[in-house]
Design a protein around this ligand. Structure first.
Ligand SMILES: Cc1cc2nc3c(=O)[nH]c(=O)nc-3n(C[C@H](O)[C@H](O)[C@H](O)COP(=O)(O)OP(=O)(O)OC[C@H]3O[C@@H](n4cnc5c(N)ncnc54)[C@H](O)[C@@H]3O)c2cc1C
Ligand code: SF4
Ligand code: SF4
Length: 442
C-alpha cells in the first residue's frame, strides 16, 4: 500500500525524502506528496519517519478504558510511580517504548544506600551487582585520593530490578506495555503505537517519567530547556577483562573535560567504564572514552556500548494540568554528579502515591502538594549543586590538582560512615580563596 501522510504528526524533517530509493517523495510549501507512479511501496519511509507521520496500513485501533494513571516511561521514575500508584489501589498502565525494560540501558547503575531508600522498597540481594565500600579519585597528574566508606552504596542490576518491579506492579493489578510509544495527544486522548496496533487512552492522571526526551512535554507544547549548557553528554562501555575493587573517578581535561571518567565494578568480572563531559568539549564523549580504553585497556572486551545525555539544569516542570513530571523529565538529576537514579525513585514514588490519593479521594491538593514536596526536599541542594557544576566547569587542570590536594589532606586513607558532599564543597569553597574567587566570578 502506498503510504499515507499525516500532516499533523509531520515536522517536515525531510528524512523520508532522503531515504526513498525511488525519489518518490516531494516536499513543497509545507506539503508532502508521494508520487504514486514512482513509489514501489517498499516501506522504507514508513520505518524512517521518527514521528510516525507515514503509515502504510490501517493499524487496528483499540481504546483502553478505565485507566486512572498512565505512566509514560519504564525507567526508575516510571517503575517507582507505577508501583506506588498501583499499591494505592488505582488502575495503572505503564507504557515503555523500548522493546524490553531497560534494554538498552544507558547507566552506570551506581547509587547510594540513602538514594536507593528513596524507592521505598527494601533492597534485595539480587538487585545488587556489587556493594560499594569506598572510592578512589584520580587527579589529572595521577594523584590518588582513597576513601573507605563501608556502607556507601551499590552498583545496581537495573535490569533485574526493573523486571522484579514489573512483576510486582502486575501482581498489584497494574499493566505494562513495552514496545509502546506515546506519539500523539488529541483532545485529552493519548495515542500509543504498540507494534502494529494503536491504542487510545484517556487517563485521569498522567505521570510523565519519559526521561530527557520528554515526549509528554512536547505533546503539551511545553518548551524544554535542554541545550549544550544544561546537559552532560555521556558514553559508556560494559567491559570484561578490567577489574577494579572500588568505584574510581578520573578528572581532568585529558579524558573528561567538564566531567569525570568512571570505572564501576559490576561484579562477575564486569566493569562499567564511562565518561560524562560537558557537551561543548572539543570531542564527543565516545571519543574520550575510546581514547582512554586504547591508552589503558587496549585488550579489554567491550560487551555493550551505550550513551546519552543527562540533565544538569534547574528543576521542573513538575505539573501541567493533569500531568505530573518525574525523574529526568523534571530535570531532577544531580547537576554535578549526574546521579539521577535516586531522585527518579523519589519523584516517581511521590508522584505515584499522590496520584493514587487524588484518584481515591478526588482532592486537588494532592496534585498541588507534589511540586511543593519535591522542592522542599531537594530544591536547595539542587540549586547548590548547579552552582557547583558551574564552578567545576571553570576549573583548570591546575585548579583540580589544588582541589585534589585539599581532598587528600582531608580524607585520603580514612574510613568514614557518612559523606556530606555539599558540606565538603562549602568547606572547600569558603576556606580556599582561589576557589572562592572563581565562584564569585560566576
Ligand atoms: C551513560 C550514563 C550513565 C549514568 N550513570 C548513572 C549512575 O551511575 N547513577 C545514577 O544515579 N545515574 C546515572 N545516570 C543517570 C540516570 O541513568 C538517569 O538519571 C535515570 O535513568 C533517570 O531515570 P528516569 O526514569 O527519569 O528516566 P529514564 O531512565 O531515561 O527512563 C525514561 C524512559 O521513558 C521511555 N520513553 C521516552 N519517551 C517515551 C514515549 N514517547 N513513550 C513511551 N516511553 C517513552 C524511554 O525509553 C525510557 O526508558 C547515567 C546516565 C547515563 C546516560
Ligand atoms: S520523515 Fe516523517 S516527519 Fe520527516 S518529512 Fe517525512 S513524514 Fe514528515
Ligand atoms: S514506500 Fe518506498 S518507494 Fe514509496 S515513498 Fe516510501 S520509500 Fe519511497
Amino acid at each position: 500500500m502506498i503510504p499515507t501522510w499525516n500532516a499533523q504528526l509531520c515536522n517536515l524533517c525531510a528524512g523520508c525524502r532522503g531515504i526513498c530509493p525511488f525519489s518518490a517523495i516531494q516536499i513543497h510549501g509545507g506539503i508532502l506528496r508521494i508520487d504514486q507512479d514512482l513509489c514501489t511501496e517498499c516501506g522504507e519511509c514508513v520505518l524512517t519517519c521518527p514521528n510516525y507521520a507515514l503509515d502504510s496500513k490501517a493499524a487496528t485501533v483499540e481504546d483502553i478504558e478505565g485507566i486512572d494513571v498512565l505512566v509514560v516511561g519504564g525507567g526508575p521514575a516510571g517503575l517507582a510511580a507505577a508501583y506506588w500508584a498501583a499499591k494505592g489501589g488505582v488502575s495503572v498502565l505503564l507504557i515503555e517504548k523500548k522493546k524490553g525494560l531497560e534494554i538498552p540501558l544507558s547507566c552506570a547503575e551506581g547509587t547510594t544506600v540513602t538514594g536507593f531508600a528513596d524507592l521505598g522498597i527494601p533492597m534485595r540481594e539480587s538487585w545488587i551487582s556489587q556493594s560499594i565500600e569506598g572510592g578512589i579519585l584520580i587527579s589529572p597528574s595521577g594523584k590518588r585520593v582513597f576513601l573507605k566508606h563501608p556502607d556507601a552504596g551499590f552498583i545496581l542490576d537495573r535490569r533485574k530490578l526493573a523486571k522484579d518491579l514489573a512483576v510486582e506492579i502486575s501482581d498489584l493489578g497494574g499493566r505494562i506495555l513495552t514496545d509502546s510509544d506515546l506519539f500523539l495527544l488529541e483532545n485529552g486522548i493519548y495515542h500509543v503505537r504498540n507494534r502494529d496496533k494503536k491504542f487510545r487512552i484517556k487517563p485521569r492522571i498522567v505521570i510523565a517519567a519519559d526521561g530527557v526526551e520528554g515526549s509528554v512535554k512536547r505533546l503539551h507544547g511545553i518548551k524544554d530547556i535542554l541545550d549544550n549548557n544544561t546537559v552532560h553528554s555521556a558514553a559508556q562501555y560494559v567491559v570484561a577483562g578490567v577489574t577494579v575493587e572500588y568505584p574510581t573517578f578520573l578528572v581532568g581535561s585529558r579524558y573528561s573535560p567538564g566531567g569525570y571518567l568512571w570505572l564501576f565494578p559490576k561484579g562477575k568480572g564486569l566493569t562499567n567504564i564511562g565518561v560524562g563531559i560537558e557537551p561543548n568539549a572539543k570531542q564527543t564523549a565516545r571519543d574520550y572514552l575510546q581514547r582512554y580504553m586504547e591508552e589503558n585497556f587496549p585488550e579489554a572486551s567491550v560487551l555493550e556500548s551505550t550513551g546519552g545525555i543527562v540533565p544538569a539544569r534547574k528543576l521542573g516542570p513538575f505539573r501541567h494540568e493533569n500531568v505530573l513530571f518525574a525523574g529526568d523529565a523534571a530535570g531532577t538529576t544531580d547537576p554535578l554528579s549526574g546521579g539521577g537514579i535516586a531522585p527518579a525513585f523519589f519523584t516517581g514514588r511521590l508522584a505515584g502515591q499522590l496520584a493514587g490519593r487524588f484518584i481515591a479521594e478526588g482532592k486537588e491538593h494532592y496534585l498541588e502538594q507534589y511540586e511543593k514536596e519535591v522542592r522542599k526536599s531537594m530544591g536547595m541542594r539542587h540549586a547548590f549543586m548547579l552552582r557547583m557544576r558551574r564552578l567545576f566547569l571553570k576549573l583548570s587542570d591546575d585548579d583540580i590538582e589544588y582541589v585534589t590536594d585539599f581532598l587528600r589532606d582531608s580524607f585520603d586513607g580514612k574510613t568514614v560512615d557518612h559523606i556530606d558532599v555539599p558540606a565538603i564543597l562549602k568547606n572547600l569553597v569558603f576556606n580556599h580563596p582561589r576557589i572562592l574567587k572563581l565562584l564569585t566570578g560566576l
